[in-house]
Design a protein around this ligand. Structure first.
Ligand code: UTP
Length: 427
């Protein structure tokens, strides 16, 4: 389950200094009811003590407060349907959209942002998700699929596209070395820029922060919603300005059919004078687990599948077509100017139930088989509601949507392999 709580800022924690002494740490922990975090303090070396105190100082301990309201429904505005620009309309204008998109790409106005900071816990691999090999008779990594898709555009535009890759402290080194070892799968290294996202503490169901080691709080990536702030913190916004990038296409690592910096999509958003666009697919079931594009108090927004009421799931428009029909696939185009305008905006905090490894009573690491607590995340989909407008742009799901969340079943390695084969990719 995911819940929706107002949260002052995803990144507050990282902005604080380091070096808090033990007494101050105790005071802070007492204030937040987290005194158990010093249980093993006396057993630690000086360096470990210092590291733990710094981590306690930096941790935003207001975050777990959110779990106390986790059963309350998210406060939402008035939700009404929003239709998409649909495939026949797109086909009729494909040439003109594509030409406009290619022109923007050729003049360096488009960058791509790969969100690869997630833990991919459902897939069950220790490695970053992009390192997963979906090949059967040869190696074919998720990162490789994505880069190949982007290379298609590089070839038609005859220009390199800046690719920003968001990682987290949990997977940064592995991601960088993997891509380096594979020579960026043919991509121009100079156009690839890594940056790390922030983390947030993870807790049990009562909001008590887990220890992941005797001298380490359990933290996890704080969701994909902080990507633009993290990109700025890494100094990359300067590069964006310097290079004249006006549009950023943000996409998830796990969709192996993802079309990135798609000229037709870019051109459609530009020609329709929008500041954002979202690729969407027709839901294959009213209850399919994808967020649905809609209007909330007249502004673009996304209703998550668990927020969709039965009435909304069954609602039809005047032509008998489902009213909430278009699911987002985590492929958004944002105007950089608009992103800068909303930089200071607060995003909601989602409380997400997950399996979180923790230190047991005997000081041993426990890896739970079932969810045992909460992680706290901001999500990129909430940025859509901050946008002045957004173009929902329909794509064919069989050609562009093959997410890998699990090993088998729905949205899995299995289903993605079948779709890759359907699209002529040799596995
Ligand atoms: P998911 O919602 O699938 O989360 O991410 P996840 O952490 O990868 O996987 P599970 O839920 O643990 O199985 C959707 C996209 O957002 C990125 C992921 O890498 C993926 O591209 N993401 C997610 C981040 O970049 N940072 C995060 O903190 C979370």
């Amino acid at each position: 389950m995911v819940y929706f709580i107002e949260y002052e800022s995803c990144l507050k924690a990282a902005e604080r200094g380091t070096g808090m002494r033990l007494e101050q740490a105790k005071e802070k922990l007492k204030k937040y009811g987290q005194e158990h975090l010093l249980k093993y303090y006396d057993e630690l070396s000086d360096t470990e003590k210092e590291a733990l105190l710094s981590q306690i100082e930096a941790a935003d301990m207001d975050v777990p407060e959110a779990c106390r309201h986790s059963a309350e429904p998210a406060p939402r505005g008035v939700i009404t349907p929003l239709s998409a620009m649909q495939i026949p309309e797109i086909e009729a204008q494909r040439e003109s959209f594509t030409a406009a998109g290619l022109e923007a790409i050729r003049s360096g106005k488009v960058g791509a942002v790969l969100l690869a900071g997630g833990m991919g816990t459902r897939l069950g691999s220790e490695d970053p998700k992009g390192m997963f090999n979906v090949g059967l008779t040869r190696e074919l990594y998720i990162f490789e699929c994505q880069i190949h898709n982007l290379l298609d555009v590089v070839r038609s535009a005859q220009t390199w596209i800046h690719l920003f890759v968001m990682t987290s402290d949990k997977n940064h080194e592995k991601t960088v070395s993997f891509l380096t070892e594979h020579d960026f799968f043919g991509y121009n290294r100079e156009y690839v820029h890594f940056f790390q996202q922030e983390t947030a503490v993870a807790t049990d169901y009562r909001g008590k922060i887990f220890l992941e080691g005797k001298g380490r709080l359990s933290t996890s990536p704080n969701g994909n919603g902080g990507w633009f702030i993290s990109l700025k913190k890494a100094g990359l916004l300067e590069l964006v300005h310097r290079e004249g990038i006006e549009w950023l296409n943000v996409f998830a690592v796990d969709n192996v059919l993802q079309r990135i910096a798609d000229p037709c999509f870019v051109g459609a958003v530009i020609q329709k004078n929008c500041v954002a666009g979202a690729k969407v697919v027709r839901k294959n079931d009213p209850h399919e687990k994808v967020g649905v594009i809609c209007l909330e108090d007249g502004r673009p927004s996304i209703v998550e599948y668990y927020e969709l009421t039965e009435e909304m799931a069954q609602a039809k428009d005047e032509n008998g077509v489902p009213a909430y029909y278009f699911g987002v696939i985590l492929n958004y185009l944002f105007s950089v100017a608009e992103l800068e305008r909303i930089l200071e905006r607060k995003l909601p905090l989602h409380v997400v139930e997950k399996k979180i490894p923790y230190l047991g009573d005997m000081g041993e690491t426990v890896k739970p088989a079932e969810p045992n607590g909460y992680k706290y995340e901001c999500l990129v989909l909430d940025m859509i509601h901050e946008m002045e407008n957004c173009l929902p742009f329909e794509v064919e799901r069989e050609r562009e949507f093959a997410p890998i969340k699990n090993m088998t079943g729905v949205d899995s390695v299995e289903s993605a392999r079948a779709l890759l084969e359907k699209n002529g990719v040799r596995l």
